[in-house]
Write a protein that binds this ligand. Sequence first.
Ligand code: WQD
Length: 336
Amino acid sequence: MTILVTGGLGFIGSHTVVELMEQGRDCVIIDNLSKSTLNVVDRIEAVVQKKVPFLKVEMLDKIALREVFKAYNISSVIHFAGYKSVGESVKQPLLYYQNNLISTINLLEIMQEFDVKKLVFSSSATVYGDAHLPPLKEGLALSAPNPYGRTKLMLEEILRDFVAANTEWSIALMRYFNPIGAHKSGLLGEMPYGTPNNLMPHLLNAASGETEKLQIFGGDYNTEDGSCIRDFIHIMDLADGHVKALQYVEEDFGCEAFNLGTGVGYSVLNLIHTFEAVTATKIPYEIVDRRDGDIVISIADVEKATTVLGWKAKYRLKDMCIDSWRWYQTVKGYTI
Ligand code: WQD
């Protein structure tokens, strides 16, 4: 029985495929290569020392998607494929609504055709919006501050409605906090395309001298050091969370949301200082104006994933920094 991993060449998808294969599960990856590159297949295979089937598939093309289910005996799906840049979604909302919503609806319809009823869906902590005090718990009212976040919110609603009408299905909605870090081998990591959006790629570029300095968006928030606070989680913990969620949907029924975070918040400046300490590398930075749409504090309540999935994050902030730096040096060809 094979697990279909959509968007499996992306940051979270590739690390999850490694975890699944190292636990003896058979996977097939589909990806449209719009935000990833083919050499990630080679890197995954180098890590697991085994071939992994990959098909270049555009999920907006139902015929192509159907061919995957014809070719492989798919038992369950982990669905990562989707655009995820907040900034890009504001500039191109229709691109995000069409891509993220239609590809997921296509997937559900093809899964129905082939009687595949187990799905782990890549959602995001962004669905909590900015109306709640931390720690954020799964049952809170949801809202989304941008088109990207609204696609995740709409898809959660679509999936809930779908399971209400198809009670023999099992779907897990995975709400990520802030994934950083990289596989310990240095062969896999976050390789953003175009201008990076989130913090770690910018931090790494400043640490290496690729850019002159890191811009910190706001230093006057009501926090200990004035910078925003986030629940940074190691990508390997996130991958393990998906493996546990897959085991859960394979044994259960219904539609459940799960936070994947550490439950501990660190400020942007905490992260910078930790990175500097563990890598002995100075990061030049300047504090600039706040970024529109930023929430001050985002920290997960992780009780549900711990009690229901038997999952808990293992890695600490310094591991995330060391592993990110190793990945950056490898991919940029620096000596480690
Ligand atoms: C983190 C903090 C910035 C860049 C986003 C998405 C969310 C999820 C994770 C997908 C903020 C500050 C950032 C920089 C900075 N993605 N920052 N300088 O906004 O918490 O969440 O990524 O699921 O959906 O919204 O992550 O890394 O962009 O920002 O000071 O160059 O770092 O202001 O306080 P965010 P981020």
